[in-house]
Design a protein around this ligand. Structure first.
Ligand SMILES: Nc1nc2c(ncn2[C@@H]2O[C@H](COP(=O)(O)OP(=O)(O)OP(=O)(O)O)[C@@H](O)[C@H]2O)c(=O)[nH]1
Ligand SMILES: [Mg+2]
Length: 306
């Protein structure tokens, strides 16, 4: 048998479950997930190799109206993610609170659909979070609203949370494969360096713990990340990171009373890092204010977000 592969981009509004879906497909956590919109900030590759077939997924930031330079970079990552791929997966959510109507789809989705048309890109519509639907006949309304606006190759209702329907999606996506060498080693699951994954694990804990506008203005700058042996000869991974925020008041919130919040975040991050590397870890965190960093390309670049 000959090797086959396909590049598939995952696009959609913020918070619809794109990263959850990619993680579920890969069977492991590669992209961080939170209930806050704009969790993903850059393109993240996820690689799934099964026998002769390799699917390369590109998880993208949620497409949204840009309010600052970082947002513009994030939206650019979405359009970059739509270049040179074999197909797109447009993820939407079966939110029971929405009234689905083809004349009234969220503007970001309309824009993405227009982009698919412009690029003549084949696309699959994924209706995620079907576990939230009480009446399954609501699905029909949702499907009609979207299929009126674009000729999707297929429509797959699924739940990234429960895994329901994900295998059906995978079988559909394999159909986009063409004879080609594998672009990545067969046992790779992502293109992200470990250092980036560790910084992202810390950011995820911040997103999950903090509220309101604080999490959006955060970046994590990993300053030290190395493995060493303790005096007892045990391997340990040491992590030191600076949490960047936009205001003095945010800094206070992140640190918390007597440092309690920072401690909690550090502990949560340490547990995940230990699980990921399978060895003990220490995590030291500092907090620094960089006013308006999301409008400063130099800083955006420093934090690896361009
Ligand atoms: N009920 C339910 N919740 C889900 C499902 N999939 C994802 N979620 C939740 O939806 C929220 C957003 O998930 P993400 O995977 O971070 O969404 P995203 O589209 O990658 O978001 P951005 O990176 O911000 O664009 C999280 O709280 C997930 O746990 C699902 O199938 N069912
Ligand atoms: Mg995401």
């Amino acid at each position: 048998m000959k090797e086959t592969s396909a590049f598939i981009t995952i696009i959609g509004r913020p918070n619809v479950g794109k990263s959850s879906l990619m993680n579920r497909i890969l069977g492991q956590k590669v992209a961080i997930v939170s209930d806050k919109p704009q969790t993903t900030r850059t393109k993240i590759m996820g690689i799934k190799t099964e026998g002769e077939n390799q699917l390369v997924f590109i998880d993208t930031p949620g497409f949204h109206r840009a309010r600052n330079e970082l947002d513009k970079n994030m939206n650019k990552a979405v359009s970059d993610g739509m270049s040179d791929v074999d197909a797109a997966v447009l993820v939407v959510e079966a939110n029971p609170k929405f009234k689905f109507d083809s004349d009234n789809l969220p503007p970001a989705e309309v824009e993405l659909i227009n982009e698919l048309k412009k690029r003549k890109l084949k696309a699959v519509l994924v209706i995620n979070k079907i576990d939230l639907l009480e009446k399954k006949d609501e699905l029909l309304t949702i499907i009609t609203a979207y299929t009126k606006t674009f000729e999707f190759e297929t429509v797959i209702p699924l739940s990234a949370r429960t895994g329901d329907g994900v295998e059906i999606l995978l079988q559909e996506l394999k159909k986009f494969s063409k004879p080609s060498v594998h672009y990545f080693p067969d046992d790779d699951v992502t293109d992200q360096p470990e250092k980036v994954m560790v910084a992202e694990m810390i950011r995820e804990k911040l997103l999950r713990t903090l509220d309101k506008e604080v999490p959006h203005g955060i970046a994590v700058d990993l300053e030290r990340f190395f493995e060493r042996d303790t005096a007892q000869g045990e391997p340990i991974v040491e992590v030191e990171a600076t949490i960047i925020c936009e205001r003095e008041s945010h800094k206070g919130i992140i640190i918390g009373k007597n440092g309690s919040m920072l401690k909690r975040i550090g502990t949560m991050a340490r547990k995940e890092i230990e699980q990921f590397f399978g060895i003990k870890s220490t995590v030291k965190l500092w907090v620094k204010v960089k006013e308006d960093w999301r409008n400063r390309q130099g800083l955006i670049h420093t934090f690896g977000l361009d």
